[in-house]
Write a protein that binds this ligand. Sequence first.
Ligand code: SF4
Ligand code: SF4
Length: 80
Amino acid sequence: MLPVIKLGKCEGDGICIDVCSDDVFRIEILKPEQIERLTLKEKIKSYVHGHKKAVVINPKNCCGCGLCEVKCPHQAISMV
Ligand code: SF4
Ligand code: SF4
């Protein structure tokens, strides 16, 4: 099982980075083509947060504990 970030829901607050001890995530700024794919509501929310989103950079480090999914306050992470 690996975490998948729903970009439309992520608010870039970095909580997943704080709870994951395995250095799986990083915060990045969305590229214009990624912003374009969001709904209007998601675009507005994303703009408010400077288009910051969590991305999975080290999937091999993930032990599949699921803590990030539980702790994300915006239900932006799914373990698949
Ligand atoms: S995935 Fe959740 S916890 Fe991580 S930055 Fe996005 S909103 Fe915050
Ligand atoms: S499932 Fe556990 S190890 Fe994997 S990214 Fe989430 S908190 Fe980190």
